[in-house]
Design a protein around this ligand. Sequence first.
Ligand code: ARG
Length: 458
Amino acid sequence: MAMEKMWAGRFQKALDKKADDFNSSLRVDKRMYAQDIKGSIAHATMLEKQGILPSSDVDTIVDGLVGILQDIESGALPIADGAEDIHMFIEAELTNRIGDAGKRLHTARSRNDQVALDIRLYLRDEVETVVALIKDLIAAVVDKAEETADVIAPAYTHLQRAQPISFGHQLMAYAMMLLRDIQRLEDASKRMNVSPLGSCALAGTTYPTDRAFVAQALEMNGVMKNSIDGVSDRDFCVELLSAFALLMTHLSRFSEEVILWSSWEFKFVELDDSFTTGSSIMPQKKNPDMAELVRGKTGRVYGDLMAMLTVLKGLPLAYNKDMQEDKEAVFDALDTVKVCLEVFTPMIATMKVLAENTYKAAQKGFINATDLADYLTKKGMPFRSAYKIVGQIVAECIAKDCVLDTLPLADYQKYTELFTEDLYTEISLETCVSKRNSEGGASAASVRLQVAYVREVL
Ligand code: ARG
C-alpha cells in the first residue's frame, strides 16, 4: 500500500500506481536506515543547541529515532514497501510514534542534503569493510608467496616463456597492486567523508545552523563549502566506482592467471575441490568457476562506473531525480566487489602450487638465454654482439633438438673463445633466479624482502 505523500498538499490527485513504484527508491536505499537515523540525531541535537527546537521536542525525537533503529534491527519494524524512500519511511514512522515533534525534525534540512549525507556515511563505513577484505586477500597472497619463494617458474611476456623467476615473485606483484587499491579507496574515503548537511534544498537556510557541529558529531572531516555543490555532487561515487573498477581489473588479471595455471596445458597449480566445480557431462573436468566469475563480474563493475558517469554528464545544477540512480550503481559495485573478495581469498589460500611442473616448464623455452648473453657481456663483449651470438646458438639448439644447458662446450666455442666450462653453472635455473637480486628482482631473497615489506605496511 502506498503511503500518503508528505508533499500531497499541493496535489489534487494521488500519484499513479506505476509512477509511484517507478519513483520509489526504498528497495535500494533501505540499507541506509542506520546512517539516516544517525544523521537525523546529529541534526536534531544541533537544532536544540542552536535554540531552533526546544529540548522537549528534541529529546522525544532522539528517543523515537533510537527506538526505530532498535526495532528495525530486531526485525520488529520491517521496512515494507510503500514509502518513497528510506528518509520518508523513517520520518513517517517517527511522526506515527511521537506526533508533532516528529514533524519538526525536518526543520532546516531537505531530503537533498539528507540523502547526500546518508550515502556518504554509508559508503564511508563500507569502504572500511572492503579495505579489511583486501587486507585478508593480501595476507593470503603474501603467505603463498613466502611458501613458494624457492619454487622456480617461468615468467612470460606475450604469453611466451621469458625469464625464470621465483613463483612467489609474481604473486607479490599482485600484493603490490592490491596495496595501491587500498590507498585509492582510503584516499577517496577521505574526500567523501565531508558533510553536505545544511546545504538544505540547494541554497542553505535562514536558520542559525551549526554545520560544523553536525559534521563533528558524525566524525566527518568538515563541511562542504558550497550548498549547491553539497547537494549536486556525486563525484565521490565516481571516485569510489573507479577505485572498485581498478581493483576488479587486478582481481580479473589474477583470475585469468589462476585459470591458465590450473589448465592441463600449464598444470602449475591445483585448486582445492571446495573452490572448483565439475561438469554435467565430462567426468574428468575440474573447472575454475570462482576465478571465471570474478573475471566476468569485472565487466559488471565497469558497467556501474559507466552508468554513474553517464547519469551525471548532462545534469544541470542542483539536485535532479536522475541522481537517485547513484545508489543502484554504487551499491551493486560494492556488493560485487565484496563477494568477489570473499571467495577469491580462500581460493588463493587453498591453492596448491605444483613446483615440479613449474620447474619443468622453466627448463623449456630457452628462458636462460638472457643470462647467457649477460655471461658474455660480463666477460667484456658488448651486449648487442652477445645478444646476436646467443640468438644463433638458440637456433642451433632448436635444429639439434637440445637446450642451452645440454649443448656441448665445443659447439659454444665455435662462436667465441669467451665461453668456458663455468657457463653451465651461470645459466642454470637456480643461478639465473638467485642472482636476480636487484631491488625488486625475482630471486627468492628479494621475494622474502617484499613479503616483509608488505607485512610491515599492513
Ligand atoms: N530518494 C531520493 C534520492 O535518492 C532522495 C532525494 C529526493 N529529493 C527530492 N527532491 N525528490 O535521490
